[in-house]
Design a protein around this ligand. Sequence first.
Ligand code: DC
Length: 658
Amino acid sequence: MSTQASATKDRGMPRVAVIGAGPAGMMAAITAAGRGAGVTVYEKNPFAGKKLRITGKGRCNVTNDCTPREVLDAVRRNPKFLYSAVYRFGPSDVMSFFEEAGVPLKTERGRRVFPVSDKAADIQQALVRKMTLSGVKVRYNTRVDSIYRDDGTWVVCSGSGKSTADAVIIATGGVSYPGTGSTGDGFRMLKRLGIRITELKPSLVPVNTAEDFAGLSGLTLKNVTLSVFHGEKCVFRELGEMLFTHFGVSGPLVLSASANMQDYPVAEYTMKVDLKPGLDREDLDARIIRDLSKYSAKDFVNSLSDLLPQKLIQYIVGVTGIDPRKKSRDISRAERGTLCEALSGFEITPVSFRPVDEAIITRGGAEVDQIDPKNMEVHGFPGLFVCGEMLDTDAYTGGFNLQIAFSTGRSAGEGASDIMRRKEKVKKTKKETKVDFTKIRVAIDGPSGAGKSTIAKQVAQKTGLIYVDTGSLYRAVGLYMARNSIDAYDEEKIVSELKNVDIRLEYSEGKQHVILNGECVDGMIRTEEVSYYASAVSKIPKVREFLMNLQKSLGDAGGVIMDGRDIGTVIIPDAEVKIFLVADAEERARRRYAEQLEKGQDVTFDEVLKSIIARDEQDSSRDVAPLKPAEDAVTLVNNRTIEDAVNFVIDLMKEKAQ
Ligand code: DC
């Protein structure tokens, strides 16, 4: 059965090319492969997740432990577009994904989620491992130059030549951190196809300042509050960590702030840092008085080492304008006030953002009105998907941007793996009438209630075959015996009665009618009693023989789909298509129970289940024509949608009809 199962999987398995092994691309690849696609990832670096490894200062803030709604609230651009993706695969899904992949996680301040190990490499390796386990092939050191569409198939041109795919997922990231490979290759490919890209700007980017902080370069301030103003209006205020650099300021607080400094020229904003946010004005003054008296005999510049990092002292003293050589005991109340001011309102004057290649996140990207928010497919380009940072969406820091990469990667992976089903649909509507099925014989065997008749009827309807329900012949014999009060297990009596039984099948408008001794008995053969009789009489070789010729002659005519128990093994052993349809007993009982309730029959679920199990037992243990798959039958497990199963059978028919 396993080979048949995989044969089922291979059929219609889409080939998906993913360009870029970053978080979005890897998630897309894992998702598509997990849903049966054959996935190849193209990565120009010698390993996957290069930028991922340096995010969160090498600790990787994978997501934010919040609700999907809160993720959307943290999205600055196009939150509505992300609704479906984030609700379908939200923070809790990302966390379970990594925990299940063997990476324990922890939640820190601001609900930022990190690996317990504090190693971004653990996240990267988990994704790579998952790719391997799902059968994803990764071509490292392979840069994709272009993609184009040729007769419904995508062609991927890379350093290693051309290859084809049913779907392409572009996940090459933004243009930030080009050293990690994010050089905008994907944008170029999209532009060439005519897909609109908005202006690419840095977001989450360090800031050049008017002040020369070169002397403070490398100094990190922890637990400070950074406020950003536009005029009087405070546009950002957060407690955290920031960093002085040779050009200005950086660090998590500054990066977050930069996302809020997008509406006006950067130079219109002002920044203030409260170096002692835990102390109010009075407490701060008291603290300064204590330090000044402790170091009363020392120069002012040497009295601040308990309060401030060494590097900062000179700078702050400079800001206050107080003579650094003045003795601490001589510092006046007004001078203390100036110092307090400088400490709680340390001023920074932003001039510009650092260039986009130093930004963590690219603002802008593929305009989202061209993309289907459900599966990230580009409208008008069937089979082309875009995800992750390439989309014109971005969020504040806190794990939200990676969450967006995972959510949109997931959606794209789902969309790409569904591509064949959609292609098939298109093909089917186009080709259905062209294939000649008049010679085809389809046998569908399987236990009672597996869904044979439902599938057979639909196949017949779609392909013009005649559907022959052979079970109804046994049912008609059973009905005759029941009506004549013949013991269901009195074999001799049943056989001797057969001479009085005349059964015919008639077809009109694609429907089969069972005629027993001249009477149409369609409405009488589906009761539990008749089912019981049918099962009993079908064990008798003479009954089977009695019905054999009728069935064989129907089968021989071709253009039929017959369901039963021995169609592929006995009635038409050389049928072009043989299916053995199975479903577990409970599932079958559920279906039958629902049918019977619909017909107003008074049964319980348990009764239906028991009778199904009993009939399975009878049908498969009888000496003559026991229920079993023909050797060359394809086993079809009916746990899929009816439409899928029907299409599966029609595909097999097409192969044989050609
Ligand atoms: O498919 P069904 O439930 O309508 O079939 C009624 C009975 O007839 C069932 O107990 C099995 C038997 N049967 C059979 O033995 N061989 C067939 N080809 C069709 C039905």
